[in-house]
Ligand binder design. Sequence first.
Ligand code: HEC
Ligand code: HEC
Length: 321
Amino acid sequence: MKRDSIKTDGFFRMGLAIGFSTLMSLTPVLAEDLIRPIPPQNTVLSPKEALGKQLFMDPRLSKDGTVACVSCHNLAYGGADSEAVSTGVGGKKGTVNSPTVFNAANNLAQFWDGRAKDLKAQASGPIMNPVEMANTPETVINVLSKDPHYQKRFGEIYPKTGLTVDTITDAIAAFEKKLMTPNARFDRYLKGDSKMLSPKEKEGYALFKNYGCISCHNGMNIGGNMYQRFGVFMQYKDRHNTLGRFSVTGKEEDKYFFKVPSLRNIDKTAPYFHDGSAKTLEEAVQKMGYYQLGRKLSREDIDKITAFLRTLSGELPDHVK
Ligand code: HEC
Ligand code: HEC
């Protein structure tokens, strides 16, 4: 496979945007090394992972028994929901779009602003979140302990502690680590099978590199490994409904920074952006060109880039099929 290095124009613009020191550390790297395939995963669930799956599907985790994790993270499709912002118990609307749980374990942190350091720390968030599952630690434990099946499983898997918020989130996190989607056509292309992409998709990938999309969307998840400002060349500021990373660090320079989302399975997770404002993938790409790169991308380029992005959908693990 031809391993072309990243072209200069997009990178020059990105240098202006994200600082030349970051740029210099990326420039010598070959583009193919910036994106890594997802390794194959054993999809047989251990007892702990199977328990985590049951909890993920169980609406009893919510205050009124109506909302499960899977309600907003549909595992049969993209691992997210199809609303701009999610609906929790009693029809209450949240403020941000639900990201996918597929491959989330590969992200540097969880949530749009990265406020949870890992999946275990993340999992108690929605259970206690007033608009999502609106529960309390006491009620969750009380309700789940009444189920003899859970009593038995937690006793076997966590003999020292049994059923606690800590073990609930531990089991859920273990399950979520089994939500990788390997073997996307693009991954197979990266591994050397150049026939996996059509000429148009290859052109889309070339544009993705040359425009500099790859400087923010890279790594195994093609995203998920850094925070960047939404609105680099053009102000998106007034339209934000949250301050992003600033809410976590309190640092002025982190205002409107968000975890760069993974682009894996992106054709299955519309609508897009933390506010769910982009209804289609084409619209998201057009806005990225405008706000992040200061460019008006042509319809033809948008078409090629989205064709490339559609090659990033991998295989769902057997246990969710
Ligand atoms: C009412 C809808 C809803 C429910 C129920 C829900 N989530 Fe989420 N989930 C969201 C939204 C919205 C976000 C983004 C919130 C944010 O970033 O502030 C999110 C974020 C996440 C993330 C972070 C992904 C990333 O890349 O940052 C994970 C993992 C996750 N949820 C897992 C779960 C688990 C596990 C449960 C059940 C315990 C659950 N969710 C229940 C809507 C929901
Ligand atoms: C300066 C860094 C940066 C560059 C360059 C960049 N992006 Fe993004 N991208 C982001 C951030 C940050 C977000 C999340 C924005 C938000 O919703 O807050 C994002 C979101 C997206 C989304 C929506 C993902 C979702 O799940 O909602 C898509 C699609 C996307 N980018 C594609 C692209 C493409 C294609 C390019 C090149 C034309 C590009 N990006 C260039 C940082 C960048």
